[in-house]
Unconditional design. Structure first.
Length: 368
């Protein structure tokens, strides 16, 4: 069942190229146009919506956070991302012009189910991005866009996260095609980029041992900070969550630009900081993050830098560099998160912990 891997988590990390490829599969017509037949929400309604609210919890919420960057850019309507349990018990502004997107691997997360019910009571259409066929969220929503990650057994989510980003990107491209905010050849260009991701994820997996060596060398750390900017920010949050839940190490993710507004006070000699660096082909974003690495390094941080192949600007300030293949900015979360998953998995293994069944956690949280 574990496909020759020592744990489900190891297997599921390695399933990721396929999870992305399968989620893309069969979603274009012969002309290469996106075809999301399953959407079953009237096109007229999808043309009219003026806001998207993503509701989800944990890792699924971070996938929504990533999607916000892409969907707003492509569709030009505001996307809010809200933790389902917070959405439910305030008085959110939702109506028939709001599309609520509920992201859930299990489809059984009670917090997200309650948010779905609340949104539908307010007259919103709810689209579920779910991995488990026939689950409660799938059944209770107006339409379902399935992620085809396959069963995820390890409690901590890995391949579902990549499939969720892929599916919400398809949704964004579909809406931009439908609403005419992107030309068809631009949509096709993004689809081509997405189709290249499985191969790029394989390239990251091929360097797994380097990441595991780094993790083993850090098995005694008590706190790790993660920094990212733009789509790298939710990747940093996800990296921190993986480390907390798998290795029981205090970890926090920050938006890199927020450092100077407080968190930089945490930096002391030897503090490990993992930084997700944007592609150098986005020079403004890139330069800012490089200067953040410099700032934490100058205050004694031990810097572990996730940077694109050929990015030499980071070298003077990096204690360790983990290389990822060159990827367009919006697609980088799908490659940059993989070393963070491996890192957390190996650190937990090195500490002798059960990576598939971390303490105090359940695979699906069926209570509010
Ligand atoms: C983290 C993790 C959780 C889930 C969250 C939502 O590794 O697994 O944070 O992502 O409980 O679960 P689903 O996606 O099933 O609604």
């Amino acid at each position: 069942v574990k496909g020759g891997y020592p744990t489900f988590m190891d297997k599921e990390i390695h399933d990721q190229p396929k999870a992305v490829a399968d989620t893309l599969l069969g979603r274009t017509d012969e002309q290469g146009n996106l075809q999301l037949d399953e959407l079953r929400i009237d096109e007229a309604i999808l043309r009219r919506i003026d806001k998207i609210i993503v509701v989800a919890c944990g890792t699924a919420a971070y996938a929504g956070h990533v999607a916000k960057y892409a969907v707003e850019h492509w569709v030009r309507i505001p996307v809010e991302v809200e933790l389902a349990h917070e959405f439910r018990y305030r008085d959110p502004v939702v109506n028939e012009k709001t599309l609520v997107v509920a992201i859930s691997q299990s489809g059984e997360t009670m917090d997200t189910i309650m948010a779905v019910r609340h949104a539908r009571e307010q007259g919103s259409k709810v689209l579920a991005v779910v991995n488990t066929y026939g689950s409660t969220i799938a059944r209770e929503s107006d339409a379902v866009l399935y992620t085809h990650a396959g069963p995820e057994v390890a409690v901590a989510s890995t391949k579902a996260f990549l499939a969720q980003i892929t599916a919400t990107y398809l949704l964004g491209l579909y809406l931009s095609q439908l609403r005419g905010t992107k030309y068809l050849d631009e949509v096709a260009g993004y689809l081509t980029e997405l189709a290249r991701l499985p191969e790029k994820i394989e390239q990251v997996l091929a360097r797994e041992e380097e990441v595991r060596d780094i993790a083993r060398s850090m098995r005694d750390v008590t706190s790790v900070l993660f920094l990212g900017r733009h789509v790298g920010y939710p990747v940093a949050l996800e990296g921190a969550l993986k480390l907390k839940e798998l290795a029981y190490i205090h970890a926090e993710g920050f938006a890199a630009g927020e450092l100077k507004h407080g968190p930089i006070a945490l930096i002391d000699t030897g503090q490990p900081v993992i930084i997700v660096v944007p592609t150098p082909r986005r020079p403004t974003l890139h330069a800012k993050v490089v200067s953040n690495i410099q700032e934490v390094r100058a205050r004694g941080a031990h810097t572990i830098v996730i940077a694109e192949e050929g990015d030499t600007d980071v070298e003077p300030y990096a204690d360790v560099i983990i290389r990822i293949p060159a990827t367009p900015t919006l697609m980088t979360p799908l490659v940059a998160v993989v070393p963070l998953q491996i890192f957390a998995c190996e650190l937990a293994t090195a500490k002798g912990l059960d990576v598939d069944q971390p303490r105090n956690l359940a695979k699906s949280v069926t209570v509010e």
